[in-house]
Design a protein around this ligand. Structure first.
Ligand SMILES: *Cc1c(COP(=O)(O)O)cnc(C)c1O
Length: 355
């Protein structure tokens, strides 16, 4: 095996590549992975040497803490290749900082920058052929950490495993998304883990989302857990509302995840001269705006789909269909953002970071 140590990272190269087996024009999101992954274990109170090695399953003990008590966090970010074959990350520091915030909330150790960011740079360099150029094409990056201590003891683990896996993706259009406004279930509560990117937040959403699916809705718009009167997130995305020509979105809180796409869109919209209001948005004002025709658009915002337009919502058994509009603010902002990410437009904000 070809093993080298570069900048404190051990690299074990795959002897063959799977890249020729992949149809890059027909990728279903997050299902194909590159030749290598990064792995770093936390043992005896410290982070061990990170290793980049061939992507492969691994054997674990059934009593692993993550299986029983759910200590698991993740991130989602993307890399892009430009016309000169340079690879760019989009605001990677934001994901790095958020990962460690999630770690603290879940009583897990923070991951050093050399492991997370330097490790990611080297992993992307090694699998650079998997990052394809062109608008809408990108590499979805999934850093995650799990508790690997053994024993069904309800204490935080002493051992952890940090990994980064890479999945080439194509921008996708989510289609006609109809949403149900939550009147009973909650995604997050004050004092809970809603602001952390914890795996359990997703598991908790699956059941209410399945119920919504059965009624013909693709997603749930989550409301505040105490009163169910404030609109907070759409599925696993932050959510924006356009009333007349003003964009509204809720402030981040203990219940609302501080999305990178959300804050990026706020800055982009402001630059475009769009009026943006960051304040609690009430279900009642949404219903009112839908009734009087001032509600123009609703969309979700997150790294995976970038922007996901919503075509209508249901609240208290009444369905409100949004008007078809000529000039969608959502799609215009998505286009502007994707151009910056793919280096097709000038990045005046300094968001892109070269590998
Ligand atoms: C990841 C996530 C988002 C979106 O965050 P981005 O940084 O924009 O990808 C929004 N809401 C929830 C609950 C999330 O887990």
């Amino acid at each position: 095996m070809n093993t080298t140590l570069t900048n404190g990272i051990e690299i074990i190269k795959a002897t063959t590549s799977k890249i020729n087996e992949v149809d890059f024009e027909n990728l279903s999101f997050g299902s194909v992975f590159t030749d290598h992954l990064l792995e770093c274990d936390f043992k005896n109170g410290e982070w061990q040497t990170p290793v980049i090695k061939p992507y492969a399953p691994f054997l674990v003990d059934p009593s692993l803490r993550v299986f029983h008590y759910g200590q698991a966090i993740f991130e989602g970010m993307k890399a892009y290749k430009d016309e000169n074959n340079d690879i760019w990350l989009f605001r990677p520091d934001e994901n790095y900082k958020r990962f460690n915030k999630s770690a603290v909330r879940m009583a897990m150790p923070e991951v050093p920058e050399e492991v997370f960011l330097n490790g990611l740079h080297q992993l992307l360099q090694l699998d650079e052929a998997w990052v394809k150029k062109g608008k809408g094409k990108s590499m979805y990056i999934r850093p995650f950490m799990i508790a690997t201590g053994t024993g069904v003891i309800a204490n935080p683990s002493n051992d952890y495993k940090f990994m980064i896996i890479l999945s080439p993706v194509k921008s996708y259009y989510s289609g006609d998304v109809k949403v149900l406004i939550a009147e009973h279930f909650s995604r997050a509560a004050n004092g809970g883990i809603g602001a952390a990117k914890a795996a359990g937040n997703y598991a908790a959403q699956f059941y209410p989302t399945n119920l919504a699916n059965k009624e013909g809705f693709q997603q749930v718009i989550w409301t505040d857990d105490a009163t169910h009167t404030k609109l907070e997130e759409a599925g696993t995305m932050n959510v924006f509302f356009r009333i007349n020509d003003t964009l509204l979105t809720a402030p981040t809180s203990e219940r609302i995840l501080d999305g990178v796409t959300r804050k990026t869109l706020i800055d982009l919209a402001k630059r475009e001269g769009i009026n943006v209001e960051i304040r609690p948005v009430l279900v009642s004002e949404l219903v009112e705006a839908a009734k009087n025709g001032t509600l123009k658009e609703i969309f979700g915002a997150g790294t995976a789909a970038v922007i996901s337009p919503i075509s209508g919502f249901s609240y208290q058994e009444v369905y409100y269909e949004l008007p078809k509009i000529e000039k969608s603010m959502a799609l215009e902002l998505k286009d502007k953002l994707e151009n910056i990410q793919n280096k097709l437009a000038e990045d005046t904000f300094g968001w892109t970071v070269k590998i």
